[in-house]
Design a protein around this ligand. Sequence first.
Ligand code: 13P
Length: 321
Amino acid sequence: MQQGKGILAADESNATATKRLEGVGVESTEENRRRYRELLFTTPNVEQYLSGVILFDETLRQSHSDGTLFPQFLLSKGIIPGIKVDGGLEDVEGGQVTKGLEGLTERLKEYKTLGAQFTKWRAVANVGDGYGDQVIKENAKRMAEYAKLAQAEGFVPIVEPEVLMTGTHSAEDAEGAIIETVAIVFDSLKKAEVDLPGIILKTSMAVSGKEAENRAGSEEVAERTVRALITAVPSECGGVVFLSGGQTPEEATENLNAIARREPHPWPITFSFARALQEPALDLWRGKDENKDEAQAALLYRLSLNVAADAGGYGKDMESV
Ligand code: 13P
């Protein structure tokens, strides 16, 4: 990761991509998913704000209309392609565990030949799951195993234990859940002897639940997020990036800005949003080529605001342009 630039999460599984595309009236065909990702990656000057893009398996194998495979296209712009390698979530008693360890080494070897240089594995936890929860421990164990295998194949692993924003919980409860979950993850990473300077933590911010009545403002979110991370993340961790998790684009940028203003932190930080970067662009595009320029401008603008926020230099007045 590179401070001053973000990492675009464009690694929605086909099921998630379908939800997003259908949300703006676009049929989720393989070609429409390709066209949408091409729009994102070909945004003029996007490389000024992005050091990496996380891709889904299907996208890693797809090409720009000129025939260049997407990973090669991104590399030609100086953007590092990464790949989501987990196999999604599976319902178990008491929560959801992330699948995907089976055959992982073989897939990693293939992803390397396709140009991927870093990897991502996401697990989810709900606020209120509580320390000692077997599901969190199982997820952490799998995450550590993934990170170990990814490092053995020469990748930088992103570990993403997402504390979900759904519900009516307070930011204080989210802070507690982040501390518990992330601490369990690092415990497992250490036990598995994962090289901590060689990993990136992708984390939620300590925000109030989406349905909470009085949602915490950015100063409180920043204070709680930074405190949670200082408590649970060893200083030798290679970096911390934030997911947006269902926050509005403006909310995610404002919270990132408040977090950055509390620098210095023990690790470099930046943003790695999917929805909070893509939503405005997707909403403008709606599958129509004639909307492409406007959609790309919206993506670029959102990126520029988040890069400003990552340096603590964002103000709400910048939204009105
Ligand atoms: P959101 O920013 O939409 O939460 O997505 C980030 C991500 O990578 C989820 O796995």
